[in-house]
Design a protein around this ligand. Structure first.
Ligand code: HEC
Ligand code: HEC
Ligand code: HEC
Length: 187
């Protein structure tokens, strides 16, 4: 009985050239895709395209994830797309979100920030945060934060245990500003 591997080797022997070309093409396409995506993944790019995102960029910069004493920057895509190690899901979601954003910007209704904020809040699951913030339960002491985090880890599906229920402003600091963003940048 011929195994799957046996068939594969026969294929390579008889159609070696075509097979090799296919592999080379796949690798090149993969490299090109990553190369093309790299600039489109930077926060500067995400925040510079249009006025809708300008404000998101500024509120992100004011947040702890945009600016902190350790100089670490957590980019937009870290929270707004599936993690990069789920490569296919990441790329598909990126293409979808990017295309939708452009279409909505061009022909969509007027951008309603509060509606979008609510929509994003509704979809942001704990895994988005936990893939960086693991070990929350390892903090010492019986502090209220620790209790909250233990509950969040034990029963993540309860609405009150969602990370963004308590940390709504984690990605965008909308309150502690020196001036009103809307006023400064216009509608
Ligand atoms: C730490 C996670 C995190 C990061 C990093 C982050 N966001 Fe958000 N984003 C959120 C959450 C949570 C909300 C919903 C709550 C809110 O808007 O206050 C949100 C809401 C939004 C919204 C809808 C509301 C609005 O302001 O229009 C947009 C657009 C957005 N983010 C774009 C961005 C862009 C662009 C970047 C990078 C410059 C970014 N986000 C970085 C977590 C994040
Ligand atoms: C890519 C990794 C990453 C992701 C994803 C991420 N964070 Fe963070 N988070 C960080 C880093 C880095 C800091 C800054 C630590 C510092 O201040 O040096 C931070 C800081 C924080 C802080 C403490 C600072 C503050 O605002 O008081 C909170 C709370 C927090 N994150 C919550 C969240 C929540 C909620 C999410 C999901 C919506 C999230 N994080 C997603 C990496 C991440
Ligand atoms: C019931 C409310 C509540 C929930 C739900 C919650 N937190 Fe917190 N969290 C707090 C409080 C209170 C603090 C301490 C005060 C502060 O730093 O804002 C805190 C602090 C933090 C900090 C900074 C301090 C530290 O230990 O590094 C991070 C990071 C954090 N939370 C992440 C998360 C993540 C990720 C989730 C979701 C798994 C989550 N939190 C769910 C209330 C909550």
């Amino acid at each position: 009985m011929r195994t799957r591997w046996g068939k594969l080797f026969t294929l390579i022997r008889t159609r070696g050239g075509v097979f090799a070309a296919g592999v080379v093409f796949a690798i090149l396409a993969f490299v090109a895709l990553n190369y093309a995506m790299e600039p489109l993944s930077r926060s500067e790019y995400c925040g510079s395209g249009c006025h809708e995102m300008n404000i998101s960029y500024q509120t992100w910069e004011l947040s702890r994830h945009g600016t902190n004493p350790n100089g670490i920057r957590v980019d937009c895509i870290e929270c707004h797309l599936p993690p990069r190690h789920h490569y296919i899901r990441h790329v598909v979601a990126k293409g979808y979100a990017g295309t939708k954003d452009v279409i909505m910007h061009l022909v969509g209704p007027e951008y309603d920030r509060e509606t979008m904020r609510r929509r994003v809040l509704g979809h942001m699951d704990n895994d988005t945060c936990l893939h960086c913030h693991d070990g929350l339960d390892r903090a010492l002491g019986p502090s209220p934060a620790r209790q909250a985090h233990q509950a969040a880890l034990a029963e993540p599906h309860k609405p009150e245990n969602r990370c963004v229920t308590c940390h709504e402003n984690a990605g965008h600091e909308r309150h502690e500003t020196l001036f009103s963003m809307e006023e400064r940048t216009g509608p």
